[in-house]
Design a protein around this ligand. Structure first.
Ligand code: NDP
Length: 283
């Protein structure tokens, strides 16, 4: 029997036109022969409640949320996964009948990159995270839930850094501390994993790098960047030059999309196809 109907998913954001997620999701649907379509949709903040109701009305399978909707969306969902509720942010909604369930795959994507590509299990590890914004919140909550021993949050603004540390200390088993970032940061020698979770180095600011005493990076450390574009940042080049293992932001981006793909379709995502599609799009 002919079927002209597609299963719809997509992303709500504002602005959203430059969001490349469509490229990797459409490549994944194509590779698996799924009759699904990913829509990139500009939704103004005031229109978010109507847009969310539209998911049910149009029987979309789910939606991604990006700036500025990741926090505001929580008020319009029927259920929120425990980790996303802790972070206070949702980047993926899946529909079960008329129920809309909020998830956050950003931190999970990072954990998968760390485990699968970095060969590092965060359990019992000493972690330093630069930044305390949305990406840092998602990553530190998942790292804490995965059993990280100690998490140091280094941030320019004290209020955001202190809020995140308070959340980690009160709601998870990890021991977290805040360090105010007001000069070159000296990395403790016992650090296992250092993550740049700030926007420093993001295109077009490609020569910028976080303010660190780079000599304190050791070959025993794993150094990670959230910046997906460009994948090779001055921060990672410094780390490589000092013999450390490095992970760029592409893995996190692909894996968070792959986890969302599986939540929606119930199928394993073709991550290699997604990597290739994204790399081409970001060239
Ligand atoms: P936010 O705006 O929520 O947070 C930005 C963070 O960067 C804050 O901690 C901010 O500090 C810090 N920061 C920015 N500029 C500077 C600077 N010049 N010096 C010191 N600190 C600075 O952004 P997000 O957390 O949402 O995103 C951060 C980055 O992560 C972006 O580049 C984004 O592209 C990337 N990202 C990557 C993902 C992936 O899958 N690879 C997924 C999600 C995000 P302060 O609090 O003091 O302002």
């Amino acid at each position: 029997m002919t079927n002209y109907k597609k299963e719809l998913v997509g992303v709500f954001g504002h602005p959203v036109a430059e969001n490349p997620t469509v490229v990797m999701l459409e490549a994944a649907f194509g590779a698996l022969g799924l009759d699904w379509q990913y829509l990139t949709i500009d939704v103004l903040p005031d229109d978010l409640p109507d847009a969310i109701r539209g998911i049910r009305a149009l029987q979309m399978q789910g939606i991604n949320l990006t700036i500025p909707h990741k926090v505001a969306v929580l008020a319009h969902l029927d259920e929120v996964a425990a980790d996303a509720a802790l972070m206070g942010a949702v980047n993926t909604v899946r529909r079960e009948g008329r129920r809309l369930i909020g998830e956050n795959t950003d931190g999970k994507g990072f954990l998968r990159a760390l485990r699968d590509d970095g060969k590092v299990d965060p359990k019992g590890k000493q972690i330093v995270v630069l930044g305390a914004g949305g990406a840092a919140r998602a990553m530190t909550v998942e790292l804490a839930l995965a059993g990280a021993a100690e998490i140091t949050v280094v941030n320019r603004s004290s209020s955001r850094g202190e809020d995140l540390v308070a959340l980690l200390n009160t709601k998870t088993e990890t021991s977290a501390q805040f360090v105010s970032w007001n000069g070159p940061y000296t990395l403790p020698a016992e650090t296992d994993v250092l993550v740049n979770a700030t926007s420093i180095g993001l295109y077009p600011d490609v020569d910028a790098r976080p303010d660190l005493v780079y000599e304190t990076i050791l070959p025993t450390m794993t150094i990670c960047d959230v910046i997906p574009n460009p994948p090779e940042t001055p921060f990672l080049r410094e780390a490589e030059a000092r013999g450390a293992k490095t992970l760029n932001g592409l893995g996190m981006l692909v894996y968070q999309g792959a986890i969302g793909f599986t939540m929606w379709t119930g199928k394993e995502a073709p991550v290699e196809v997604m990597f290739e599609a994204l790399k081409k799009a970001l060239l």
